[in-house]
Design a protein around this ligand. Structure first.
Ligand SMILES: [Zn+2]
Length: 98
């Protein structure tokens, strides 16, 4: 299902990666078209880069883990009038609380 090949190096800083960033359609619950990978610190930069091209059109920025499982879909944030970066920060806060 996942066509992207993991390199293991952050696009921005060359640190080991934990996240795959790409785009997903509003109705896609699991699928993500991955365009790159980043460390935790640089997910926001990747979302910004992808988001300026795609947000609110057909594709929404999304984040998956190394297994390709969708962690965050910014369509959900958009529905609640949050920016894709705010939505991601909210996801992080929630996942760190547990
Ligand atoms: Zn990085």
């Amino acid at each position: 299902m996942m066509e992207y090949k993991i390199k293991g190096k952050c696009f921005y800083c060359s640190k080991p990666t934990g996240y795959l960033v790409g785009v997903s359609k509003a109705g896609w619950k699991k699928r993500i078209d991955i365009s790159g990978e980043t460390c935790l610190e640089h997910v926001t930069d990747a979302l910004n880069k992808i988001g300026t091209l795609s947000f609110g059109t057909i594709y929404w920025p999304a984040v998956a883990n190394h297994d390709g499982a969708l962690l965050y879909h910014s369509f959900q944030a958009d529905k609640r009038k949050l920016s894709y970066v705010s939505g991601w920060n909210e996801y992080l806060n929630q996942s760190q609380r547990t």
